[in-house]
Design a protein around this ligand. Structure first.
Ligand code: KG4
Ligand code: ZN
Length: 358
């Protein structure tokens, strides 16, 4: 089974060709980082236009690299959300067009499901159920992955995602974008014990995350400096911040492991995915945490952790081989929780209906 995957939910345009034998025959990603850099953040309109400009060429390149023709395909998988709506539309419409023209089955994939299943693409041994820490610039969640299309959310962030917190902290420290790698580099020479930063929600029950208080505390401490930021102070801030994030993530993950092991005493794996998994301190701490609980830590290679289309193709393969096909009416969705039964995080409320007189 050979499937074309398409990913355009945010600021990466990506196309990939993957087989059900776990062969990644092509995996091309075009980052729009330079397009958005002058604005200091992602501009949705620019993202959508850039996907339109590049997606055709990128698919052609992936087909060339894989040595495949459209007639060799057995299916098409495209991200249908969650993400920037204009951006999602470009990839999903393109996927539908390829499916319609070549009479192929379509999988309209949830981007989070792509992340959730990507570890099974790189690791044939990885069986359900497993616990997933999904930690990126857009997401910060702990999920029970019980099977394809069977996910339970144990916790999510109440405010910023962890990667977003790294990005904001780096901006504040004048370390550039993307912030995670910049903070990690700066932290290498720093003293992580110099600044006493808060660990939001640490020690509390549950698996939710919160990072905005940590970011604000950092802001106040930077403002309070009498002599401004020099390189040594910057390094100490970066190390202290990284330490605080790692402490929180480990604490929340420990609670999630307890829930996982209670629900699935036979469960063997902790999986981590998303761009923040690149962080070496976090990787080491996660490895120790897994070992502490008799679990193995499965980390997909970085190219499958950050946004890519191979994970979308793979999620499509997992769905299509179970007969989970989507038709050409599949809708793009800006919001799309993986676990539709999950209660909204505390303080988020529910989308309400206005009464007749409201
Ligand atoms: O998964 P990803 O590539 O994209 C999405 O968020 O969709 O994740 C990017 C995020 C950014 O916020 C970036 O700062 C963070 O991952 N990141 C890191 C590191 N490398 C990337 N955070 C901490 N340490 C790193 N080494
Ligand atoms: Zn992602």
């Amino acid at each position: 089974m050979l499937v074309l995957g398409i990913e355009t939910s945010c600021d990466e345009t990506a196309a990939a060709l993957v087989t059900d034998a776990r062969e990644i025959r092509a995996n091309v990603v075009l980052s729009q980082l330079d397009d958005h850099a002058p604005y200091g953040g992602i501009v949705p309109e620019i993202a959508a236009r850039s996907h339109i400009e590049h997606l055709d060429g990128l698919i052609a390149r992936a087909m060339r690299e894989a040595g495949a023709e459209f007639s060799d395909l057995d299916g098409v998988a495209a991200t249908a959300g969650p993400g920037l709506i204009g951006a999602v539309m470009v990839g999903l419409m393109t996927g539908k067009a390829v499916a319609a023209v070549h009479d192929l089955p379509l999988a309209a994939v949830n981007h989070l499901e792509g992340h959730a299943l990507s570890a099974r693409l790189s690791d044939a041994e990885l069986q359900f159920p497993y616990l997933l820490l999904l930690i990126s610039g857009g997401h910060c969640q702990l999920l029970l992955v019980e099977g394809v299309a069977r996910y339970k959310r144990l916790g999510t962030t109440l405010d910023d995602a962890a990667g977003e917190a790294f990005d904001k902290a780096a901006k504040l420290l004048g370390l550039g974008y993307p912030g995670g790698p910049a903070i990690e580099r700066a932290a290498a020479g720093g003293d992580g014990a110099r600044f006493d930063l808060p660990r939001p929600l640490m020690g509390r029950a549950g698996c939710d995350f919160s990072f905005s208080g940590l970011k604000t505390a950092l802001l106040y401490k930077v403002r309070a400096l009498e002599n401004g930021l020099d390189d040594a102070t910057r390094a100490d801030f970066a190390a202290s911040f990284q330490q605080a994030v790692a402490d929180v993530v480990i604490d929340r993950s420990r609670n999630a492991i307890r829930s996982f092991q209670k629900a699935h005493p036979q469960g063997r794996f902790l999986v981590a995915g998303g761009g923040v998994v690149a962080n070496r301190l976090l990787r080491a701490r996660l490895k120790a945490l897994a070992a502490e609980h008799g679990l193995s830590l499965a980390l997909p290679p970085l190219a499958l952790c950050t946004d890519n289309a191979a994970m979308i193709a793979w999620a499509g393969i997992e769905r299509l081989r179970l007969g989970l096909r989507d038709d050409l009416n599949a809708v793009p969705r800006a919001r799309w929780p993986l676990d539709s039964q999950a209660a909204p995080p505390p303080g988020m409320g529910r989308a309400g209906k206005l009464g007749p007189k409201a």
